[in-house]
Design a protein around this ligand. Structure first.
Ligand code: EPU
Length: 440
């Protein structure tokens, strides 16, 4: 409860300086914790961040009977699945994060049944799970939905050819984890190919799975009878890297983001170049050096990998409030991911939302009545204010906005940022930001 009441007070105007170190990706590690359940044994994960979502996922695994220990200072997580005894995810974890539904395929393979409480919608869109359900049905699962709970049953999952309606990250991961122990070969077309999913596939391969990524968004998984426990180093977090990059640039600072990997940031770096932002690729990471006067407006759209990540959109929007002219962002992954801009307008940003697909191709939200395009006019001076964080990435963008604003901002609900960013307060303080914790 005290976490929920935590707020930050931020005095804007200090250019960030120094070095910051990126840790393992939230959106890889939580799935890799689930993948450990594909076998009975002791899995070791390294480069594990100390974030709320790892803690919640550890609690979910523990509720199923696993033993999980996290050495936070070393970033090491040990998961012992030999005591796994339940295939029923407790209802208290419904809607806490995306992990319960991702357990469906793995628990089905291990127990021939799984009970998963429904996920709620959230601030960024409805986030349905129909692709997961239809895919698991194709693998032979019988699925019932009653009292807000999905029940899955199947004596033996069998390989199948599945074409996803949209390259969903979660559905691809769920189906890969179900297919590794299915009988026969599974082909998943129009699948997601994000680096975090490739990282998951590398871990599963180390556990004995046979997985191929073909060139046309197709995963081919040859089912095997058993997997074994393995050790795996979690891929670095490209969202954390981009978030600190923008923080450095927007504050006209100079920051080396250690562990930022250009291989996974290519689309992001292209847009920075187009916007006139400076960066230098180094052996230990990427150096970002800001100068607001040089920023130019751009038109970009978010997309599945290898496009611009939807999770980079919010910090990029803050940067574009400081660019000269009218910038356009077309959000094509989530229908409702601009809610956070209302508060930016109160800070002085000039943002207008549109239902039309602006600045790129028509997307699946065309004519659907969602405000999924934004025009941002800059440069504008932002002024500090009180901000209530709506979701993880929107929350980070408020933090950056507060760092460049005149005066003091109060950020409420910071536990939502701490779900996905490790030691955020310490990292920013070390870079010279003037942030302190307020407890109500
Ligand atoms: N979708 C459906 N039906 C489904 C599944 C998805 O219609 O069964 C739609 C969604 O509504 C959305 C789109 O497909 O419009 C993409 O959703 P996806 O399944 O790819 O997203 P996810 O797996 O739920 C993960 C990340 C998100 C990230 C997206 C896109 C995790 C835990 N979450 O979500 O990260 O934005 O992929 O890359 O991996 C975050 O970290 O803050 C975050 C929201």
């Amino acid at each position: 409860m005290s976490e929920i009441q935590k707020s930050y007070s931020i005095v804007g105007g200090t250019p960030l300086q120094g070095r910051v170190c990126i840790r393992g990706a939230k959106n890889a590690v939580t799935k890799e914790m689930v993948a450990a359940l594909c076998t009975s044994g002791v899995t070791n994960l390294s480069n594990v961040p100390d974030i709320g979502d790892v803690e919640v996922t550890a609690k979910i695994l523990t509720s199923l009977g696993c033993q999980v220990s996290h050495d936070k200072s070393k970033g090491q997580l040990v998961i012992d699945t030999q005591t796994l005894r339940s295939s029923q995810v407790p209802v208290e974890y419904s809607g806490v994060n995306r992990i319960p539904i991702l357990l469906a395929g793995v628990l089905l393979s291990r127990f021939k049944s799984a009970t998963i409480p429904i996920l709620g919608g959230c601030q960024i869109g409805k986030r349905p799970v129909d692709f997961h359900i239809e895919g698991l049905k194709s693998l032979g699962a019988m699925v019932e939905f009653q009292d807000n709970t999905y029940t899955f049953k199947c004596d033996q999952l069998r390989g199948a050819h599945i074409a996803l309606p949209y390259p969903s990250v979660g559905a691809t991961e769920n189906l890969i984890m179900a297919a590794v122990l299915a009988k026969g070969t599974t082909v998943i077309r129009n699948a997601a190919v994000e680096p975090e999913i490739v990282d998951l596939s590398i871990m599963l391969q180390a556990m004995g799975a046979i997985i191929t990524l073909e060139t046309d968004r197709t995963w081919v998984i040859e089912g095997v009878e058993n997997l074994f426990a393995a050790s795996h180093r979690v891929i670095n977090d490209r969202i954390e890297a981009a978030s600190f990059a923008v923080s450095a640039l927007a504050t006209s600072g100079d920051v080396i983001v250690e562990g930022a990997d250009p291989l996974h940031l290519q689309a992001f770096l292209n847009w920075l170049r187009r916007a006139g932002a400076a960066f230098e690729i180094r052996e230990d990471g990427i150096r970002f050096k800001g100068s607001k006067s040089k920023l130019k407006s751009v038109a970009l759209e978010t997309d599945v990998h290898p496009g611009v990540m939807t999770d980079w959109q919010q910090p990029l929007a803050i940067l574009l409030t400081q660019a000269e002219g009218a910038s356009v962002i077309h959000e094509t992954v989530y229908e409702n991911r601009f809610g956070y801009t209302e508060a930016l307008k109160r800070m002085g940003a000039r943002v207008q939302l549109f239902q039309a697909c602006l600045g790129g191709c028509a997307c699946r939200f065309r004519h659907a009545g969602h405000f999924h395009s934004a025009v941002i006019i800059g440069p504008t001076k932002l002024k500090g204010t009180e901000l209530e964080i709506p979701d993880l990435r929107g929350g980070f963008s408020y933090l950056v906005a507060a760092l460049i604003a005149d005066g003091t901002s109060i950020l409420k609900n910071v536990h939502l940022i701490e779900r996905g960013y490790e030691n955020i307060l310490e990292k920013f303080t070390q870079l010279g930001a003037r942030i302190s914790v307020l407890k109500s």
